[in-house]
Design a protein around this ligand. Structure first.
Ligand code: C5P
Length: 322
């Protein structure tokens, strides 16, 4: 391996097109039904690696993030690959933090996808998925990208077909919502007690998956979108509900909170309608983005690792791997 190998990686955000929390599992996590969607808003990680006698991982992050998931992902890769290396990362955040947009999870997945390629190691996809799930419930999704149904803790993934180009306005009001607290506020009973009583009501996610699978347009599947966290999070932060209503009156279909909040998104049929809506948000922090299909997600990865891979397999395989 040459002295140092480097790549500049974009780590895209996600939104939850629907998110239903069924009940509490025996492992303390909650059973979910969700549909994830990657979008074009992204963080950037410049990553360099050189084999060494002793491993060292350094990160320069703007802003500084304590216990950065990207560092834990790099430690995991070195352990799985059984190699020692000096890894240096420069992380530039664009995805608002604590907003339910999966920025930290995407950064971690970017390291799981990119670092083995730079190191010249091959890690089977099953091991990567396992490592991803240990890092966080949303991390496995970013090994896949595009549109996908997520069950279990969110990591049992079922890819859905790519939809057409879709415009999305993300409103990030800078309110930090603690994910564990949001789950606690839902007060979901243990799963065994919920299955009989709650499941007939919880069918938005299967309906949405069905519609997305049929390739219909957002205005047709919008009615299947809901987020169970909205009720509890809006109660503590009423401003979020008024932002959602504002998105809706600006023509968004659907308009919804993502993850456990606090970011909201609105889907628009065209860029011009999105631009008109964006003007109504004044000083609010907003981002214009598009859905990033699985095909585009993979193309992005192949492009950013181009010089280190020689065929378009997934996950990207290092050209240096024996
Ligand atoms: O897995 P992750 O670190 O993202 O989860 C953060 C917290 O969110 C967990 O500690 C747990 O309290 C809650 N959570 C949950 N059920 C899930 C995902 C997350 O209860 N499916």
């Amino acid at each position: 391996m040459p002295e140092t190998r480097s790549a500049r990686l974009r780590a895209p955000a996600k939104i939850n097109l629907t998110l239903e929390v069924l009940g509490k599992r025996s492992d303390g996590f909650h059973e979910l039904r969700t549909v994830f969607q990657t979008v074009t808003l992204a963080d950037t990680i410049e990553i360099s690696v050189a084999r060494a006698r002793k491993s060292r991982i350094e990160i320069d992050s703007e802003p500084v993030i304590p216990d950065n998931l990207a560092v834990r992902a790099a430690e995991t890769v070195l352990q799985l690959a059984g190699v020692n290396a000096v890894v240096t990362m420069r992380l530039r955040k664009r995805i608002p933090m604590g907003g339910g947009l999966g920025g930290g999870s995407s950064d971690a997945a970017a390291v799981l996808l990119g670092l083995p390629v730079l190191l010249g190691c091959f890690i089977p996809v099953g091991r990567l998925l396992e490592a991803a799930a240990q890092l966080g419930s949303d991390v496995p999704f970013f090994l896949l990208g595009g549109t996908a149904a997520g069950l279990g803790r969110g990591g049992d993934l079922y890819p859905l077909p790519d939809s057409g180009p879709t415009h999305v306005l993300i409103v990030a009001p800078g309110i930090h919502v603690s994910t564990p607290e949001a789950y606690r506020a839902l007060r979901r009973p243990p799963l065994a007690l919920t299955s009989a009583s709650v499941s007939p009501k919880i069918n938005n996610s299967p309906s949405l998956s069905f519609q997305l699978g049929a390739g219909v347009w957002p205005d047709e599947w919008a009615t299947c979108c809901r987020n169970d966290f909205e009720a509890v999070v809006f109660e503590s932060h009423p401003r979020l509900e008024s932002l959602k209503n504002k998105l809706r009156s600006a023509g968004a279909e659907p308009a919804l909170m993502t993850g456990s909040g606090s970011a909201l998104f609105g889907v628009f049929p065209s860029r011009s309608q999105l631009d008109l809506a964006m003007r109504q948000f004044g000083d609010e922090k907003v981002h214009a983005a598009r859905f990033l299909s699985r095909k585009q997600y993979r193309q992005l990865w192949w492009r950013q690792l181009r010089e280190h891979i020689d065929q378009r397999s997934w996950p990207p395989r290092s050209r240096y791997a024996r």
